[in-house]
Design a protein around this ligand. Structure first.
Ligand SMILES: NC(=O)C1=CN([C@@H]2O[C@H](COP(=O)(O)OP(=O)(O)OC[C@H]3O[C@@H](n4cnc5c(N)ncnc54)[C@H](OP(=O)(O)O)[C@@H]3O)[C@@H](O)[C@H]2O)C=CC1
Ligand SMILES: O=C(CO)COP(=O)(O)O
Length: 309
């Protein structure tokens, strides 16, 4: 098959980059993983690559883009962004940053309920590839799909990306909820109220409402908020057990993007006058201004309101 001849370069050798590389290898594709530490010449690697998958954490997105801008990137090379975060200086999403830097290249967002450790065990999972360039998304769907990995198409890259990014804040809140043993009612209320908060922000930033009810929105919210495998959930859980944020981070394997996202999201919410009560309490908790118990109290004692205001 034509797609089997494609060459893929994954940038970022963290757990998500390695997982995506393994998924492509299962389909007998030629895959190379490049990271800052491999010492390999990125220019030589991307010279004949058909697809670049960026799986770096948000702090690596701008440095990666700047490095690629120094190289000769073919305008037909498809760029896939799999990062779930907001860039702190510009508050932009990776989709915006990649699109601005490489406007001629087809750009695809990959996001969904995808806990890397489960995928590496071969457990079934589904994800979304979203693009304004449908041909590129269809190619990615073919390249990554397999018996245990089902890839859906979507034409709303921003909404797809924002669902995966914003749920990380909610995963911290969910970890707090479980760490404090607040019970199933509290957890259901939290996750149900988290979705409209995500939608309020996500649609204001350009995502389509419908997308947030799909795999990359509600799907990823459920996965991340219910799994101890999630680093963001672990941050909230360990804070609820009484650890300080530096203590939690010292023990954490990999990146919890929700910490940076919370801070950036608060700035966006203030600028755009968006009501983000859960994010606001997560922010105060991460800053060490309040305890987990006070965060819960503050959420519960807000003015009473209609459910769908
Ligand atoms: N883990 C998961 O289950 C999933 C993660 N994601 C998202 O994918 C992204 C990466 O996650 P994950 O692999 O888990 O994170 P890790 O912490 O395991 O890896 C971080 C990656 O980012 C790269 N990086 C960090 N800073 C820089 C920098 N300044 N310049 C260049 N590269 C940098 C690292 O590069 P290097 O290899 O050179 O050290 C590494 O590859 C995150 O946005 C995450 O939210 C999305 C879906 C699932
Ligand atoms: O995005 C993820 C699952 O879809 C991974 O979650 P964490 O980054 O919280 O581990």
């Amino acid at each position: 098959m034509l797609e089997n001849a494609k060459k893929i370069t994954v940038i970022g050798g963290g757990i998500w980059g390695q997982t995506l590389a393994n998924l492509a290898r299962r389909n007998y594709l030629t895959v190379r993983v490049w990271s800052r530490h491999t010492g390999e010449d990125l220019g030589a690697i991307i010279a004949d690559t058909d697809v670049i998958i960026s799986a770096v954490s948000i702090k690596g997105v701008v440095p990666t883009i700047e490095q690629l801008q120094q190289l000769q990137l073919n305008s037909s090379t498809i760029i896939v962004t799999a990062t779930k975060g907001l860039e702190p200086i510009t508050t932009r999403t990776p989709f915006h940053l990649w699109n601005q830097a490489f406007p001629a290249n087809p750009l695809v967002v990959l996001s969904g309920p995808n806990l890397a450790k489960e995928i590496n065990q071969g457990l079934p999972a589904a994800t979304v590839v979203a693009s304004y360039q449908q041909k590129a998304a269809i190619l990615l769907q073919k390249l990554l799909s397999g018996e245990s990995f089902r890839v859906y198409l979507n034409s709303d890259p921003l909404g797809t990306e924002l669902g995966g990014t914003l749920k990380n804040v909610m995963a911290i809140a969910s970890g707090v909820c479980d760490g404090l043993q607040l019970g199933t009612n509290a957890k259901s209320a939290l996750l149900t109220r988290a979705l409209p908060e995500i939608i309020r922000v996500g649609t204001c930033l350009g995502g389509c409402q419908e997308t947030f009810f799909g795999l990359s929105g509600l799907g990823d919210l459920l996965a991340t908020c219910n799994s101890p495998l999630s680093r963001n959930y672990q941050v909230g859980y360990q804070l609820a057990l009484g650890l300080s944020l530096p203590e939690v981070l010292a023990k954490l394997e990999g990146t919890a993007e929700g910490i940076n996202t919370t801070e950036v999201l608060m700035r966006i919410a203030q600028e755009k006058n968006l009501y983000v009560p859960i994010t606001c309490q997560v922010d105060r908790l991460l800053r060490g201004e309040i305890s987990p118990q006070v965060a819960v109290y503050e959420l519960m004692r807000r003015d009473l309101k209609a459910e769908f205001d």
